[in-house]
Design a protein around this ligand. Structure first.
Ligand SMILES: Nc1ncnc2c1ncn2[C@@H]1O[C@H](COP(=O)(O)OP(=O)(O)O)[C@@H](O)[C@H]1O
Ligand SMILES: [Mg+2]
Length: 252
């Protein structure tokens, strides 16, 4: 199976992780599974929105690779075995947490082993969804060079949308092939006034990015986050989930 790769981009705090969690909920609901969710933010928190505890991360495995291997095992075999162990298996989706990036004195060929492991792993999934931090360096570390859908998340301001456009323009120098790009405008005031809606759409038009959706600011999300309940348990009839699902219906 060749998985479709979905990646999140956008400034910190715009809603990449929130959109990731809603998208996993969508893919599960539409039975577009199995899904591999990758938390590629060094401050991993996708797991929290999914109500899961993090165990081992790729960052930790990378460190272990520096020490002596168990007898009879090569480093690439070790990487593959440990990665299998690090994957959190849930119904319909798995979660892999990247953890801390390599610091100074990194064991850099570890990334080569990671790339090989990802190549094997990828064939098990229908979708791979990568929740990135602002930079997208992890994508190349994982050998994910072709992205089927890049969702760039922005706040509902003209300046935010221009920033999203700049982020979209840096994907080419990273050597990433991006097949489809969409802008997601998140945390739009609720209720939206026609004036504001027109302003947002005008800024989007100038950005040259196709609009994937405008998601409302939602107290339901805030409540769910504070109580620590999984976003997967949100009712499907609340406004933000309905808006997100309608947007995803058009995109996927
Ligand atoms: N549509 C929304 N309505 C209400 N709160 C939101 C919405 N989207 C994001 N948030 C909140 O904003 C904060 C940042 O969102 P997050 O998804 O973690 O951003 P990012 O991953 O881009 O840094 C979180 O506390 C989240 O709950
Ligand atoms: Mg995040």
């Amino acid at each position: 199976m060749t998985p479709k790769v979905i990646a999140m981009a956008g400034k910190g705090g715009t809603g990449k992780t929130t959109t990731s969690a809603l998208l996993i909920k969508y893919l599960l609901s539409k039975k577009l599974t199995p899904v591999l969710a990758v938390d590629a933010d060094s401050n991993a928190n996708l797991n929290e929105l999914l109500g899961l505890d993090v165990g081992m991360t790729i960052g930790q495995i990378r460190k272990d690779l520096k020490s002596d291997m168990p007898p009879g095992m090569t480093r690439d075999q070790f990487m593959e075995m440990k990665t299998q162990q690090a994957i959190i298996e849930e119904s319909g989706f798995d979660l892999l947490v990247m953890g801390q990036p390599d610091g100074p004195g990194c064991y850099c060929s570890a990334n080569q082993y990671l790339a090989m492991t990802m190549d094997h792993l990828a064939t098990n999934y229908r979708y791979i969804l990568v929740d990135n931090e602002a930079g997208m360096e992890h994508l190349s570390r994982m050998n994910l060079r072709s992205i089927d859908y890049l969702l760039i998340v922005s706040d509902p301001s003209a300046r935010g949308i221009m920033t999203a456009r700049r982020i979209s323009e840096i994907t080419a120098p990273l050597g990433l092939e991006v097949k489809n790009k969409y802008l997601i405008v998140n945390r739009a005031p609720e209720p939206m006034t026609p004036e504001l809606d027109a302003k947002i759409r005008e800024a989007v038009k100038e950005s040259d990015l196709p609009l994937g959706g405008i998601f409302p600011s939602s107290d339901d999300l805030i409540k769910q986050e504070i109580t620590g309940l999984s976003y997967l348990k949100l009712a499907e009839d609340i406004p933000v989930v309905q808006t997100a699902f309608a947007a995803f219906d058009k995109i996927f």
